[in-house]
Write a protein that binds this ligand. Sequence first.
Ligand code: NCD
Ligand code: ZN
Length: 347
Amino acid sequence: MKTITIRRPDDWHLHLRDGAVLEGVIGDTSRHFARAIIMPNLVPPVVTTADAQAYRQRIMAALPQGHRFEPLMTLYLTETTSADDVEEGKRSGLISAVKLYPAGATTNSHGGVRDLDKVMPVLERMAAIGLPLCVHGEVTTPEVDIFDREAVFIETVLDPLRRRLPDLKVTMEHVTTKDGIDYIKAADRNLAGTITTHHLIINRNAILVGGIRPHYYCLPVAKREHHRLALRAAATSGDGRFFLGTDSAPHVDELKECGCGCAGIYTSLNTMSCLAHVFEQENALDRLEAFASLNGPSWYGLAPNEETITLSRQQEPVQFPARRDTAAGPVTVFDPMFPLHWTVLDK
Ligand code: NCD
Ligand code: ZN
């Protein structure tokens, strides 16, 4: 039996939702992951330190018995966010990052930022106190093709912002293009990127070939094959600027399987198996730990986890449930479209 033991991983970009969905999904993350950066795009969003404190309590209350898990809270940046509140959140140890959603970019982002000038005082404060900005890197201009929105964001928003505020630490989240990978590699400091599990596995054909498949639709949308290959090369390279952010984003099936389905893919349940498969295919199992367990903590100034997990490769495919049932309805689990053989062993 082939096994690999790595430090316990963390998820540097996760949607846990609230209420019944939170209760239904959180165990899938806390079973394997020690910490996660928690996205603030609830309805209404997590805007203030007080909102984040209350949300953190709801997360901890939903945690299955016996699981240990540290939610790393973020604030949803708006044009009225107070720099003092952000600083207070960081000083108290509650807030790990602030999230920039361009208005209208994705699920629940209508309250996002329209005019970057309006948030400059907050960004300047963040640069001064060393608090990272997590960015959803897509423009929302209707004229820009959805497949080009990341590349145009880098050129017209991210690069000018980084030139204006070189001391601001920026995490470019869920990078989906070679353009994004190249841009991160070219930066000399203060820029890193998270990569999702599913973008290492699917390209845009998964969504559109042979019928429209809503469970492969997410934002940023999966791109062409050469972009997927660039993501795989970066993730498996060991380069400290790239690390795992699953962007696991549960929506109940009825909100995805309809005339205007929500964006989001639910991967928490089988992410580690999928990643082991990908890294094995790339002959890079020895770099899985860097991607999932070491590079992220280093970027966020935290120690890696002391605990370990062991994955083993079994002959027979591992059977994962097709859906995670929640009291709000079933949530379809990401199907990588190949059999998975790696499993995380129970302690
Ligand atoms: C996310 C969600 O559903 O909250 N959806 C997604 O497709 N990733 C929002 C986001 O991270 O863009
Ligand atoms: Zn997300």
